[in-house]
Design a protein. Structure first.
Length: 525
RNA sequence: GUCCCCAUCGUCUAGAGGCCUAGGACACCAGGUUUUCAUCCUGGCGACACCGGUUCGAAUCCGGUUGGGGACGCCA
């Protein structure tokens, strides 16, 4: 069988980190199994769907390397097929139009099938009974059953459900007398549209049936039919509803495996009936656990950095994000974490996906990003950091060759591109200074004196090398009675304005004699 | 409210009844290297939610409790 999976986002906003994780898993599954990865844009909600959202989606997917097979499938372009499918169901009695009171046209409603005896996805789950509130009459018609259920505490809640879940239904009063038997009336209900209203009902006794499917990730999942309702598939205004469109398009695209977020589990029970009604084999399902934010809560609009585009602009590498996201809810089963795309594809199976939700950890992503940066091709690293510096607006007058040398010195300690702003001191005399560090390390008179000595020594020296720099510093330390090495940090701050960076000797050498001396002078005054 | 799902270090995870004194990674802490901060290296801290049951033996199987999450639209 040719495996065909799809990623089917609705373009109603930015691409969310959870959505793209779904896309990654879909893509991984397709690539691992040698199947097709299809993209379907579910733009039936015309009012909320925008071209801008589609563009961002495509851009994000491209950035992450999620290439899709075949043409993009736009759901809106298949609307006629959806309506036709509904019309056919109407003809064959699988769907109906309810009577509506107002002037608005009636929607088309799909009826959960009554006859499920030969349905391989429905099974009998024993007998069930529900306690009902006698003061609310039970209403039965072809569009379903309505009653008031009484819970253990005696609280009454009104419920309605499809008739499909109430085979062998008997309605009993408080004395146990049978008031109604569904098997006797079912013919009339469906063929003559008979309806009933039964007062004084105390108990519903029926054979419970449930719809069941085997989820590759979550295992066997089932839902009793008596908890399900018939569903609207075409609105009163004639437009198809998500459920219908989704299923029709899966049929159209010949989807074999539906891998999506687990917020769709409940929909699956209904979609299975829809696939059967259309006459298409039910696909294999896999429901992915969700990703929650750092507070452990589901992502919402408030989580500003939950958009894929934000990760890009903050300087995360696509491979690092991809690698990190693939590890959220999945692992190869051994201790590997940093893996190439090929390794991930080879190791990826849905059976290894966890069914519990995973919390996003910026720290770990940052660490992984740093690993990817450290092992980047140096030339590419120079290109990318240069681009970043350019967008930060400070490349004017900067010598590119010198910039490349600085990049070489700094590459192994970078975690994010925007950190290039901390390289400015190499190129300009105007740069930000860490005020706290300055006051902490450069307030002691002994230190200031020592810096002056170093300044004088370096100015007088003809050479300016790692060795000569180090020698000058050691001499100044011993002359001022400062412990060896204790001048390094004050010097770093005096010369770079920062408390962290590469080795101070290398940094000074890279900076050059002239700039180094000039900066030391401003502190030794 | 009803139905459904989930539960191992702070976080991501390994773990399919004995290889578990529960392994790895991030974070954190300490030491080493860099006569320096960071990087890097080594080490440490740190979890089977709880209660019962099955079993010679349970993180693993079963039941319950608690906690978290999801679904209940003429949204997708």
């Amino acid at each position: 069988m040719d495996i065909r999976v799809r990623f089917a986002p609705s373009p109603t906003g930015h691409v969310h980190i959870g959505n793209i994780r779904t896309a990654i898993f879909d893509w991984l599954y397709a690539r691992h199994s040698g199947g097709k990865f299809l993209l379907r844009v579910e733009d039936t909600d015309r009012e909320r769907s925008t071209q801008a959202a589609i563009d961002t989606l495509l851009e994000c997917m491209k950035w992450l390397g999620l290439d899709y097979d075949e043409e993009i499938f736009y759901q809106s372009k298949n609307a006629q097929a959806h309506v036709d499918a509904a019309a056919k169901m109407l003809e064959t009695g699988k769907a109906y139009r309810p009577k509506v009171a107002g002037p608005e046209p009636a929607p088309v409603i799909f009826r959960l099938p009554w006859d499920t005896d030969s349905n391989p996805d429905v099974r009998i789950a024993g007998n069930a009974e529900l306690i009902t509130d006698p003061s609310v009459p039970v209403k039965i018609s072809s569009s379903g059953i309505h009653f008031a259920q009484l819970n253990e505490k005696g609280k009454s809640t009104e419920r309605s459900a499809s008739l499909a879940g109430f085979h062998q239904l008997k309605i009993l009063d408080a004395a146990g007398t049978c008031l109604f038997e569904i098997e006797k009336e079912i013919g009339n209900i469906f063929s003559k549209d008979a309806s009933f209203e039964i007062a004084n009902s105390a108990k519903l006794v029926f054979q419970r049936r449930e719809i069941v499917f085997k989820d590759i990730i979550k295992g066997e999942l089932a839902k009793p039919l008596d908890g399900m309702k018939d569903l609207v598939i075409v609105r009163g205004d004639g437009t198809p509803v998500f459920h219908l469109a989704n299923v029709c398009d899966d049929v159209e695209q010949k989807i074999t495996h539906i891998i999506r977020g687990d917020d769709h589990v409940e929909n699956t029970y209904r979609h299975i009936f829809l696939f059967q009604a259309i006459g298409f084999p039910v696909p294999i399902y896999g429901h992915l656990p969700m990703i929650v934010n750092q507070a452990g809560k589901p992502y919402s609009k408030r989580d500003g950095d939950a958009y894929v585009g934000d990760f890009r602009s903050k300087g995360y590498l696509p491979d690092a994000l991809f690698n990190y996201l693939s590890l959220l809810g999945w692992s190869p089963g051994d201790d590997r974490e940093k893996m190439t795309r090929k390794e991930i594809i080879d190791a990826f199976t849905l059976e290894r996906v966890k069914s519990s939700s995973a919390q996003f950890d910026m720290n770990k992503l940052g660490n992984m990003n740093g690993q990817y940066m450290a092992e980047m091709d140096p030339a590419k690293f120079v290109d990318e950091t240069w681009k970043e510096a350019e967008s930060q607006g400070w490349t004017a007058g900067v010598d590119r060759a010198y910039f490349a040398k600085v990049a070489g010195l700094m590459q192994s300690r970078m975690k994010l591109y925007p950190q290039v702003s901390s390289w400015k001191f190499f190129f300009f005399d105007e740069y930000e200074k860490d005020g706290k560090a300055v006051s902490k390390f450069l307030s002691d008179k002994k230190v200031i004196d020592a810096i002056k000595q170093i300044h004088d020594k370096l100015s007088a020296d003809s050479e300016f090398t790692l060795d000569s720099i180090q020698k000058s510093i050691r001499e100044a330390e011993s002359l001022s009675g400062i412990q060896e090495g204790k001048l390094n940090q004050p010097l770093r701050i005096a010369v770079t304005g920062l408390s962290t960076g590469a080795g101070i000797y290398e940094t000074m050498e890279m900076l050059g004699k002239e700039k180094t001396i000039r900066r030391l002078k401003s502190f030794s005054a």
